[in-house]
Write a protein that binds this ligand. Structure first.
Ligand SMILES: Cc1ncc(COP(=O)(O)O)c(C=O)c1O
Length: 421
């Protein structure tokens, strides 16, 4: 069986095959950027229409009691199911950056951990920025950024040594945005606990792609976005998890009325809501929350174990193609090659990455566009969203990459790097 026949056979027996039909999929493209912005679930269009036309248009202010007040909690409980967290332990709303700020600030203010704020070079820049701001506000030592020998795989020993030497609040992305390196949560959570530290996990690149058990892994704090593998839509609200065992020791730095114990008493003094609800701040973004629900529902229906199993199989198949067709024409693998240490995207580099990306996006002679993304200096990320990415998509992509380089098609494009990619 050749690689194309293999792909077709795997697509045929894929248990998630039918889920693909639940998304809007333009016929002239292969979308491999679900690790950045997930596809639009067809049902989302109906829901948004209903919320706008009926709930808002007709019910107006009555929409709060009839539909909207319960929405953040319902979504929080669905995410809790997905992440094996206790009910009512997840707040949904605000951007990931905002939730990270609230959570890290609250943890820092307890003085229960060492004074340091720590991250590593694999983390997403916003996390580092948020920590830098909090360090300033607390007059704390500068943020400790653990820098490893390479950008693909961290040295866990080096990270552990840094935590032991400069204990405090550690912020790590469970799946690294550049290389897709996947950390072992439980091991690091335990290490942190033994060293007067706590880890705040950023689950943005993991949720909906990797099986996560917040309780079993003894995770105490986490945030994450919902617009990648959860297909929640551009700028969809993020989530904040705080272990019920620690949440009562925390105080959100933003004391807004929605985080009040009884917001509709309109009382003059702030009284925090119980549990994670105190991290609510202002009026929830109902249109965005409503748009996010179908993506979460589809993920729960498909089952995260099926999703992860397919994600791993897609990754292994793509790596085989890379070895067979692409390493010989100058591509390098910038993701861990061991499946268990990898999330659901694979990053390649090439000295002509930018122009190769341009050629993929422009389309082939039949007008078929392939959409990955580019991250400086020369990384091309290929995201495998198991709910809608097929094995044949990856075969076609590898063939196209080979042709673009072999026939030097990239030379038709400008090397100037511009805009969102
Ligand atoms: C790991 C990670 N954290 C945070 C963010 C940004 O989150 P937000 O824009 O919701 O604040 C991203 C965006 O891609 C991300 O990849």
């Amino acid at each position: 069986m050749n690689k194309l026949e293999m792909a077709r056979a795997m697509d045929e027996k894929d248990v998630l095959r039918e889920f693909r039909k639940q998304f809007v999929s333009p016929s002239d493209q292969i979308y491999l950027d679900g690790n950045s912005l997930g596809k639009l679930p067809i049902k989302t269009k109906t829901i948004v229409q209903e919320v706008v036309d009926t709930q808002w248009g007709q019910t107006l202010i009555g929409g709060w009691n009839a539909h909207w007040l319960e929405l953040p909690q319902r979504l929080g409980d669905k995410l809790a199911r997905l992440l094996c967290a206790p009910p009512k332990s997840i707040h949904v709303g605000d951007a990931t950056s905002v939730n990270l700020y609230k959570l890290v600030y609250a943890l820092r203010a307890t003085n229960q951990y060492g004074p340091h704020l720590i991250t590593d070079a694999l983390n997403f820049p916003t996390d580092n920025y948020i920590l830098q701001g909090i360090a300033q506000q607390f007059n704390a030592p500068p943020v400790v950024e653990v820098v490893y020998e390479n950008e693909v795989v961290p040295s866990i020993e080096q990270l552990k040594a840094a935590i032991a030497a400069t204990p405090g609040i550690v912020c790590l992305s469970l799946v690294s945005y550049k290389s897709a390196y996947l950390y072992t949560m439980e091991l690091l959570n335990r290490w942190a606990e033994q060293h007067k530290s706590i880890i705040v996990w950023d689950l943005s690149h993991a949720v909906g792609a990797v099986a996560i058990d917040l309780q079993k892994s003894q995770t105490k704090a986490a945030v994450g976005c919902t617009y990648k593998y959860l297909n929640g839509g551009p700028g969809s609200p993020s989530f904040l998890y705080a272990d019920p065992a620690i949440v009562s020791s925390l105080q959100s730095p933003i004391k807004g009325w929605f985080g009040h114990r009884n917001p509709f008493d309109f009382s003059p003094n702030y009284l925090p809501a119980e549990g994670v609800d105190q991290f609510k701040a202002g009026t929830p973004a109902i249109l965005s929350l409503a748009a996010m629900e179908p993506g979460v529902d589809i993920t729960l229906d498909a089952g995260i174990d099926n999703i992860r199993a397919k994600g791993l199989a897609l990754g292994e198949y793509f790596l085989d193609l890379v070895y067979e067709k692409l390493t010989g024409v100058g591509f390098r693998i910038e993701s861990p090659t061991e499946a268990a240490s990898r999330g659901s995207h694979i990053t390649l580099s090439h000295e002509e990455s930018w122009r190769i990306c341009k050629a993929l996006l422009a389309g082939d002679e039949h007008g078929l566009k392939i959409i990955p993304d580019f991250r400086p200096p020369n990384f091309i990320r290929f995201g495998f969203a198991p709910l809608y990415t097929g094995f044949e998509d990856l075969y076609v992509t590898a063939e196209r990459l080979h042709t673009i380089v072999e026939e030097k098609q990239f030379t038709a494009y400008d090397a100037t790097q511009t805009g969102v990619t």
